[in-house]
Design a protein around this ligand. Structure first.
Ligand code: AMP
Ligand code: MG
Length: 352
């Protein structure tokens, strides 16, 4: 497993906090960082009874494992991998997948967020250090992906993509399938937050996977939850901070999170569904909102990264969301949330 520097710094921050939190009185948090969702997830939770808080955190991590078993397309034993093994067979989708498809439609971002890119992403072989895909293969896989799934308002319809090319048949290497990696972490964090809330033991909490974060309630001392955004070209520098007073969510998509370079060009993992090529124009994009779910923030960071600066700021403005982005020339773009929302964004440094 690859740990990015961000995640490592989350772990060291968490270790420091754990040390401080030795004997909690309800004013000090319990902090736990564990491997989950293919990364490191950290939970910071407050509550009057430390043992009960620890039990609630264990349960929340179990919930994260359940989401992985449901939606991780790279684990061949997951429910979504069973679906992908024969996507043309009449079969029920895992409930989390249905929830994600519904959210894409509700948010109106089907043009930019495609849950169908399994074979297209696979052509880049990010897990093996990266390969530039053959242009014809990319075209074929992208066309098949777009034809394969229709989101038509009522339900998802899967279409058997006709072709002479056997590689498009199940098991053929380019067969369409669902890759929910751009949304599943957000959904998982929502479920973990609900688990903490339902425990009755936790009065306030923050759960972060690095790229997505959700908050629950207000800290005992009333201070804000503060989340730093790293410079996409210098992860040790915080370029902006988002501050929430209560429940909220935030996600970042970036060209530095998963990428390789070939012929002097950066190939990163956020793809334009229209071409199958890495989306151009942005280095990183963070979207946040109070009352926003982790799922919606995760879908939106990916989708708005693809739409680019103008499309992203128009969407954020219209939907009362906060946005901080860095474009491919290093220019920062900030869209504040409405003052009444309890969410503020501050620029801390100029991106490199
Ligand atoms: P995120 O870091 O949330 O932006 O998600 C990126 C991941 O989502 C990638 O690693 C792919 O698995 C998948 N993905 C890439 N491009 C898209 C897209 N346009 N829409 C939906 N998922 C995508
Ligand atoms: Mg996302």
């Amino acid at each position: 497993m690859r740990l990015t520097r961000t995640l490592i710094s989350i772990i060291s921050a968490a270790l420091t906090l754990t040390a401080i939190a030795g004997c909690t009185t309800g004013d000090e948090p319990v902090v736990e960082s564990r491997e989950a969702l293919g990364t490191v997830v950290s939970i910071t939770a407050y509550g009057p009874d430390e043992q009960a808080v620890r039990g609630a955190i264990d349960d929340a991590f179990a919930v994260l494992s359940e989401v992985e078993a449901e939606l991780d397309a790279h684990d061949e034993t997951s429910a979504i991998s069973r679906f992908n093994a024969d996507p043309y067979e009449e079969q029920a989708l895992p409930p989390g997948a249905t929830e994600i498809l519904d959210a894409i439609e509700r948010l109106g971002v089907d043009d930019a967020f495609s849950p169908r890119l399994l074979a297209v992403v696979g052509l880049y072989r990010f897990e093996d250090g990266g390969t530039v895909p053959d242009a014809d293969d990319l075209k074929l896989a992208s066309r098949a992906a777009s034809e394969f799934l229709r989101l038509d308002g009522d339900h998802a319809a899967f279409v058997h993509v006709e072709s002479d090319d056997a590689r498009l048949e199940p098991g053929g290497g380019l067969a369409p399938g669902l890759d929910l990696g751009g949304a599943a972490k957000g959904l998982a964090l929502d479920r973990a937050r609900e688990s903490l809330r339902a425990s009755g033991a936790v009065t306030a909490a923050l759960i972060t996977s690095g790229s997505s974060t959700v908050t629950l309630g207000t800290k005992p001392d009333g201070s804000v939850w503060r989340i730093g955004i790293e410079d996409p070209r210098d992860p040790d520098t915080i370029v902006a901070t988002f501050a929430f007073t209560a429940d909220g969510a935030l996600s970042t998509s970036g060209d530095y999170q998963r990428y390789f370079e070939a012929d002097g060009k950066r190939y990163h993992h956020v793809l334009d569904p229209a071409t199958g090529l890495p989306a151009a124009g942005m280095r990183s994009l963070t979207v946040a909102g109070t009352g926003l779910s982790g799922l919606d923030s995760d879908i939106l960071s990916t989708a708005l990264f693809v739409r680019g600066a103008d499309g992203a700021s128009a969407y954020a403005d219209k939907n009362d969301l906060a946005l901080y982005a860095v474009d491919d020339e290093g220019q920062a773009l900030l869209v504040p949330a409405p003052e009444s929302s309890g969410l503020t964004v501050a620029e801390e440094a100029t991106p490199r």
